[in-house]
Write a protein that binds this ligand. Sequence first.
Ligand SMILES: Cc1cc2nc3c(=O)[nH]c(=O)nc-3n(C[C@H](O)[C@H](O)[C@H](O)COP(=O)(O)OP(=O)(O)OC[C@H]3O[C@@H](n4cnc5c(N)ncnc54)[C@H](O)[C@@H]3O)c2cc1C
Length: 414
Amino acid sequence: MEGKYDYDVIVVGAGPGGSSCAALLGKKGYNVLLIDKAKFPRDKTCGDAVSGKSLRVLRELGIDKQIEKVQHAPVRGVIFSSPKGVQIDIPFRGKTYEGDREPGYCCKRIYMDNIFFTTAKKTKGVKTLEEFQVTGPIMEGQQIIGVKGVYVKSKKPDEFRAKLIVGADGAHSVLARKTGCVTTPDPKHSCAAVRGYYKGVSGPEDRIELHFIDEVLPGYFWIFPVGNGEHNIGLGMLIKDMQGRHVNLKGLMLNAIKTNPLFKERFKNAKPSSEIRAWNLPLGSYRQKVHGPGYLLLGDAASLVDPFTGEGMGNATASAKIASEIIDQAFRVDNFSENMLSQYSENLWAELGSELKTSYNLQRAGKWKFLLNLVIDKAAKKPEVREFIGGTFTNEEAKRELYSPMFYIKLLLT
Ligand SMILES: Cc1cc2nc3c(=O)[nH]c(=O)nc-3n(C[C@H](O)[C@H](O)[C@H](O)COP(=O)(O)OP(=O)(O)OC[C@H]3O[C@@H](n4cnc5c(N)ncnc54)[C@H](O)[C@@H]3O)c2cc1C
């Protein structure tokens, strides 16, 4: 390493995105500093659903089976309910994702993120620094050449330098804001959500449940099992849909639990096992700037959450993998310019763009109460419609068909 640099790469944020990026770079032989303001294990407000996409990178790092050593629930299907209160159960069939393992999991982030973090920490070449809050980049002209910040406990300032900085510091990313990639989050592309854990909710332990019930529309209410008889309960809504109305997400969630006929019996003996917390989801329904001279952004810092499902760990780890490949190329030619790193943005959108667009269209279709009632009603009566919806979880083509007008015309006529 040349004199003025302490590391090849500094990764800010050790969530699923930052930790997997650091581990992948360490495996390629780079000298990496992975910084987080928290001390691990740490919680992250989330629905805790770990999809097949997140499992891909976990498998590449050889740690997917570690989920089974901590509290978790395997997910073998999905339950939907319509604004009218009709409920359907769609089991995932066969080999849903690559291989013949469980199709997916729910695992509390306090455990899940610790698996990611300790994997990075154990990787040769990766040094970790916890409880250090990055406050901004160090600039040399237009180029970012390091980060500055403070030790959380002592408030002592410090600085670290590297040829490349990765911003994986989540929904409120300092690096995305200080580089001008995000100014104020756009309410059309940002979601607010609340989440709490409950023990003693009756019902299935191996299904994720998405309820488009009338009283929470245009948001949706979820019940996800996390193992050990515990469930993650939450409610999310697009910020644009909350504007101009008085929306209290926590109040809506508690009211649904208490009064909705689908849930009130199921929650009769349930007790909260945590407080209810709120957090933001930066959605991938627009193309945010994700690179510049000397830096890349990934995961929530790059606004990559699926606009329909609210899933973000899969795209955080997918972007980490793409970033690690481009960083490797940049080091091979010793070029960290904006132009060189623009390849990251291109590859990212080539891989994720079409799926994000499909999900954005579905998010918009999902606002039509009439359509939700129609699809869920028909699926309740017809196995072939349930089969088709089941396929949309693994098949991009089927997912795309779900927002084509012909699909709804066919449904109306059958
Ligand atoms: C209520 C809710 C429900 C969700 N449900 C799901 C779900 O079921 N499944 C799913 O896949 N996704 C879900 N998501 C989205 C998911 O949580 C995120 O997309 C995912 O955590 C993004 O990972 P990340 O690594 O980019 O960022 P994060 O996981 O947010 O990690 C960022 C890290 O950066 C650190 N950090 C932040 N600022 C600084 C700083 N200045 N200095 C140093 N460190 C810093 C933080 O401490 C943190 O450890 C949900 C989100 C919410 C809010």
